[in-house]
Design a protein around this ligand. Structure first.
Ligand code: CU
Length: 166
């Protein structure tokens, strides 16, 4: 009976030790890096057919912090104007409209994608060819400017709209 109690105590001690190890403070002391607060992933730009003046960029913005992160604007030299847009559906008709900023809630990933939020390039200065890499600068409130490389890809936009569930 005494032996069982002894082993139980060891087990409980081991459990609490493991729990302690997993804290951020311990990880920092042990040199284990936690995930960055802001991660920009899968950035891509729609290839522009010859006659098109506009294009759009999409990416995933991951907020691992405990506070909301606000995207204020995007800069690029590929077009005269860069805006933040959302796609809305009004009486079954798809429309785009400008938004002041895009907020990424704490501990979440926001997906900028076709038919939803996107970065809009207005009056493209040159043709964008598939496979090209374009540098974009994203301006975040308090964090500042973050750069990301976006790959130019083909996108069947009409197909997407037909298959949309809304
Ligand atoms: Cu747009």
């Amino acid at each position: 009976m005494k032996t069982i109690t002894y082993f139980t105590l060891i087990f409980v001690l081991l459990l609490s030790f493991c729990k302690e190890k997993a804290t951020d403070k311990e990880n920092k002391e042990a040199g284990i890096e936690k995930k960055p607060d802001l991660i920009l992933e899968n950035a891509w730009i729609k290839e522009t057919p010859m006659d098109q003046m506009n294009s759009a960029a999409f990416l995933n913005i991951e907020n691992n912090s405990n506070n909301p992160i606000k995207l204020l604007s995007v800069e690029s030299d590929i077009s005269e104007t860069v805006e933040l847009h959302e796609t809305i559906y009004e009486n079954e008709v798809m429309k785009m409209q400008m938004v002041e900023n895009i907020v990424i809630p704490p501990k979440s990933v926001l997906e900028l994608k076709p038919g939803s939020l996107h970065v809009m390039f207005i009056n493209i200065k040159r043709d964008l060819k598939e496979g090209e890499n374009i540098s974009l600068a994203l301006n975040f409130e308090t964090i500042g400017k973050k750069s990301v490389m976006a790959k130019v890809k083909k996108h069947e936009s009409m197909m997407q709209h037909e298959h949309h569930n809304h």
